[in-house]
Design a protein around this ligand. Structure first.
Ligand SMILES: C[S@@+](CC[C@H](N)C(=O)[O-])C[C@H]1O[C@@H](n2cnc3c(N)ncnc32)[C@H](O)[C@@H]1O
Length: 457
């Protein structure tokens, strides 16, 4: 492999299209509210701006721009092919609220004044050189307005410790192989397998089994991006929190519901041990160790305000159900622990969202006799189990139809479907749902309407 790189980051093949709902403003705001903080957007559909660092092929950002005409979006990436695709998609949809720039983090100047409410960087920090990591942190610190939030997704320790030796060998072996990065990855993996097969104390055999399991489920282009970057380095969350602090950004919350509510996942003794750790970043690192986390999505605030003292801010949020009432599973099974949350509050949430997204305050007024804790636990448990997701107040986005038409047509030809745009935001919709809905399958149509998505005629 003689692949070109951007400061050590492989630039031969485009990264596969991906949509990550944890990086959307409704999700970020919900996690902040659940953590007792004020989100950057204080009112429904208030105008906002978002910068995505290392935006990949930008299709997710184009979807967000179509879903949020009240937002202004900027995507930055060093790969010309990514920016070409992103710009073509934005132009095709006729969107004027999204712009893409081709450039390296190191080349981006400091701003004259901070301009963004959100800065996101998914899958970037742990794959680039230490110098570029510092540039990403610099850009987050300087481009965010006070009251803004950075959402950063990165490979974390100690979950990745089982894969360290394999990644190192893959990276070294691929350098000597013929062909492009996908072929070089395959050849390098064969060589690693052979060494593991001969007996290698430093290789965790379970990791290779896991790799073989996920390979058929993902694009072949994903693997060189994940494993063949010279500077690939899973990070310790506590250390990353400290690095961000040097740029004026304070760890505010995890952006994954299960990390937000470890008490719903861990046993009582684990929770008690965690509660003894006063420093929030040290506590998060201990949580990573207990959960053996491989990935973190962290929110870092720039002078975020605390939520109102009434503690009811989280009730302002809108939610959508991914599950109909008759299929809801009111349990979380984690290790030896099973949480049963089949009480009235959880059923109330799922029933209320059966016909489409709603705001908590509207279906569960403050006087609800179930009480704050029951409802709050139910919401968190349903979010952890993926049966509800945060969304926005409804509007009719003018470019939803054209964006959806473009993506549905591509999906029917086998392209990945990043998201569809609905009245409540950009929603993750599986490719299968599109085909089923096309055939008029009731469950697929119901699923789309629960998310507030209308398929183009
Ligand atoms: C793993 S991909 C993630 C893409 C996207 N955020 C996603 O989650 O789908 C990392 C991205 O960072 C970009 N990148 C890497 N080094 C960069 C640099 N020095 N400056 C700008 N972009 C860079 C790559 O081109 C690539 O698109």
């Amino acid at each position: 492999m003689n692949a070109e790189t951007i400061d050590g980051y492989l630039s031969e093949e485009a990264y596969p299209t991906a949509f990550h709902r944890q990086f959307t403003p409704p999700w970020i705001d919900a996690m902040l509210r659940l953590s007792g903080l004020k989100p950057p957007r204080r009112d429904d559909r208030a105008p906002f701006s978002l910068l995505d660092l290392g935006c990949g092929d930008g299709l997710a950002l184009v979807g967000l721009a179509a879903a949020h005409p009240e937002g202004r979006f900027v995507g930055l990436d060093a790969l010309p092919e990514h920016i070409k695709r992103a710009t073509a998609a934005a132009n095709y949809a006729g969107l004027k609220n999204v712009a893409f720039f081709c450039g390296r983090f190191a080349e981006i100047d400091d701003p004259i004044e901070p301009t963004f409410d959100y800065v996101t960087a998914q899958g970037v920090l742990a794959w680039i050189s230490p110098t570029n990591r510092e540039h990403v942190r610099r850009l987050c610190g300087l481009y965010l307005k006070p009251g803004g939030v950075a959402c950063i997704g990165y490979n974390s320790m100690p979950g990745w410790s089982a894969g360290l030796a394999v990644q190192k060998l893959l990276c070294l072996f691929a350098e000597g192989k013929d062909g492009g990065s996908v072929q070089s990855f395959e050849a390098a993996l064969e060589q690693v397998r052979a060494i593991a097969g001969a007996g290698a104390e430093g290789i965790d055999a379970k990791f290779i089994v896991w790799l073989d399991e996920i390979k058929p489920t993902m694009s072949a282009r994903y693997f060189p991006h994940e494993y063949l970057n010279r500077h690939w380095q899973p990070l310790w969350s506590g250390e990353e929190h400290r690095e961000m602090m040097r740029h004026g950004l304070v760890f505010a919350s995890a952006s994954r519901a299960e990390v937000l509510r470890p008490d719903l996942i861990l046993n009582d003794l684990q929770c008690a041990r965690l509660a003894l750790i006063a420093d929030p970043s040290a506590r998060q690192t201990a949580l990573d160790v207990i959960m053996n986390q491989t990935f973190r999505i962290d929110l870092f605030g720039k002078q975020l305000d605390p939520a109102d003292r009434s503690g009811t801010e989280w009730r302002q949020g809108w939610w959508a159900a991914t599950t109909p009432p008759d299929e809801a599973d009111y349990r979380i099974i984690s290790g030896e622990k099973t949480i049963d949350f089949s009480g009235r509050a959880a059923r109330q949430v799922i029933d209320a969202l059966a016909d489409g997204p709603r705001r908590v305050l509207d279906f569960a007024p403050l006087t609800a006799d179930e009480g704050e804790t029951g409802l709050r636990d139910a919401l968190d448990a349903l979010c952890i189990s993926g049966q509800i997701l945060p969304c926005d107040a409804p509007i009719d986005p003018p470019f939803a139809d054209i964006f959806n038409r473009l993506n549905v047509a591509a999906a029917k030809m086998g392209a990945p479907l990043p998201a569809l745009v609905g009245r409540h935001g950009a929603m993750p919709v599986g490719q299968a749902a599109i085909v089923d809905a096309d055939e008029g399958a009731r469950h697929a149509l119901d699923a789309l309407s629960r998310l507030g998505v209308r398929l183009p005629a």
